[in-house]
Design a protein around this ligand. Sequence first.
Ligand code: ATP
Length: 255
Amino acid sequence: MRSVVDMPSSGTILADVRGLVVRYGGIAAVQGVDISIRAGEAVAIVGPNGAGKTSLLSAIAGIVRPSAGSIHIGGKPLAGFALSDVVRQGVALVPEGRNIFGSLTVLENLRLGATPRLDASVAADIDRVLSDFPILGERRDQPAGQLSGGEQQMLAIARAMLSRPRLLMLDEPSLGLAPAIVDRVYDLLRGIRSQGVSVLVVEQNAARAFAFADRACVMSHGVFTLTGTPGEIGSDAAFDSAYFGVAMAENGGPV
Ligand code: ATP
């Protein structure tokens, strides 16, 4: 297994993560990850259950405090920042399970996404999001709990976009959705990327993620075990063992 430092080939670095470690008591969920994402780039992280993917996103989003390492967004360190400061730095997370408030309307859920901003342009942004996501516009006054799974995923993405992120992170956006709906979700993400937003997506659905991303990382046991373009990783003989996980020795190397 290779030791990997994940670096984009060129372009302005938006997010720079070095030596990141996330621990929960005695469990080291992320064990020293380096990843850089450039402006407008789409990066996918794939890997099996328990690989540490959610923990990595949670640390970048300021939800979990890393025990070691650094995170810079646009050259500024995120260390010690409150969650709202991380959002102001341009980082937004669409969590696994979406975290939609089912008893609130679509519009109320969207307003919550704009909470970190106090400027007068919020109403115009909500109007724009509702026209970018027509199904949400049609259902703006319905309780979000009445939306289908795919519509809720779109609402979660639309809500995240209201903080005007430079880096949009999504945790398992295709989970539980029919293939045709997953197509629509990824079409939306392509549209978001075309606006210059960087996208970091965590997926167990490697084929979907690879079809979308410029670069990909396979994560297993808290570390990146392969990185490269999706084409390079998909054709790497080590992909299956890296993706499905291999037994690790106590020193962190493969058995
Ligand atoms: P999944 O796809 O199943 O969510 P993942 O790759 O996202 O997997 P994480 O959710 O980051 O992986 O979990 C990595 C490890 O950390 C696992 O062993 C998990 O049990 C553990 N873990 C995650 N969150 C916590 C927590 N809040 N407290 C204790 N252990 C945790």
